[in-house]
Design a binder for this molecule. Structure first.
Ligand code: SAM
Ligand code: SF4
Length: 337
């Protein structure tokens, strides 16, 4: 394989890019209201990177010092033959060149895959759940079935996977459930991370109506619980506290109220091989073209180098009435959440 002179990926602000998030499909078996419109047009299958190409590009990043890979989507576990990719990428874990292979999932297929994921070296999964009320869960996901996801959580637990629940905090929807969600997670030994809704892609409805600053959630939690700041890190943007009374961890991802770009260590690849250096910016690099132009990885590495050389300092998301358009037009399911 052709190697470039610079082994590691360092951006113009001195940040070491060590974390790649890869969307393996834009498709999903749910239609969460803040993520997708009900009638999404998905990409033609021929535009997607093949599983072999996904393996090739992930491996090129591992060669360049990426230590953490997160497989996401759309719903990653609806991609046909997805375990082939996990099994193949696991060789980097075995070789000690990758610290973590993980995924973000809606949990709908976990019952089927939890054992296989654990067997190939996945240690942790992030499962997105915005409500523990079956009716509300259906409302927010449009097509999801909470009991199926609960079965998936049990399967993950039984397989020995560490589970983190991700919850998007939504005004007027689940703000009264945050306590229950946290107690549910901590009772089961799961971490919980709360996320602010971000202005990504056109959806039905107004994002201003959904946006709930986590500063508000935190203040409410502090009326009832003791939040202790802890230095715990998972390589992502969450800041964690320990809840003294439960002993469990609670994370906050606050792209809106507290910009975390200064410590950004990650880039994102779409399922068509487009590399985004920032979730909130449009600049991108076409890695599919570089891969398909040459069997050798030289051009691929050159394109990656040029892209990292353009990684911006940060994003500038705003959600208010004056900003009716999303910050970027692509949905989270395209960039890979
Ligand atoms: N389908 C998988 C899932 O739901 O976990 C993986 C992909 S999904 C795009 C990844 C995460 O992005 C989910 O936790 C979801 O709640 C979150 N998400 C989607 N759209 C978002 C938005 N506009 N703002 C904030 N988070 C969003
Ligand atoms: Fe699908 Fe995940 Fe988006 Fe929900 S958040 S529609 S589960 S990709």
């Amino acid at each position: 394989m052709t190697k470039t002179s610079e082994p590691h990926l360092i951006d113009p602000f001195g940040r070491h890019v060590s974390y790649l998030r890869v969307s393996v499909t834009d498709r999903c078996d749910f239609r969460c209201v803040y993520c997708m419109s009900e009638h999404m047009t998905f990409l033609p299958k021929r535009d997607l990177l093949t599983l072999e190409e996904l393996d090739r590009v992930c491996s090129a990043f591992v060669d360049r010092g990426v230590r953490k890979l997160r497989i996401t989507g759309g719903e990653p576990l609806v991609r046909k033959n997805i375990m082939w990719l996990f099994n193949s990428l696991a060789r980097h874990l075995n070789a000690g060149t990758l610290d973590e292979l993980t995924l973000t999932t809606n949990g709908s297929q976990l019952k089927k895959y939890a054992g296989d994921l654990k067997a190939c070296g996945v240690e942790r999964v992030n499962v997105s759940i915005d409500s523990l009320d079956p009716e509300k869960f259906k409302t927010i996901t449009r097509w999801g079935d909470l009991s199926n996801v609960m079965d998936g959580l049990r399967a993950a637990d039984a397989a020995g996977l560490k589970v983190k629940i991700n919850t998007v905090a939504l005004k007027g929807f689940n703000e009264d459930e945050i306590n229950d969600l946290m107690m549910f997670c901590h009772d089961h030994g799961f971490d919980l991370t709360l996320i602010e809704t971000m202005p990504l892609g056109d959806i039905e409805g107004d994002r201003t109506d959904q946006y709930l600053p986590l500063s508000v959630v935190r203040a409410r939690l502090m009326e009832r619980w003791t939040l202790e700041d802890i230095p715990y890190k998972t390589g992502g943007p969450a800041r964690y506290v320990k809840i003294r009374e439960t002993g469990g961890r609670l994370g906050f991802i606050t792209p809106m109220t507290h910009n975390f770009c200064e410590s950004c260590n990650r880039v994102r690849l779409t399922c068509t091989g487009t590399l985004y250096m920032c979730l909130g910016k449009d600049d991108a690099a076409d890695l599919r073209a570089s891969m398909r132009a040459s069997e050798d990885d030289g051009l691929l590495h050159q394109t990656i180098d040029e892209a990292i050389g353009r990684k911006p300092k940060g994003h500038d998301f705003v959600i208010d009435r004056a900003h009716e358009k999303p910050a970027v037009s692509r949905h989270m399911s395209v960039t890979g959440g």
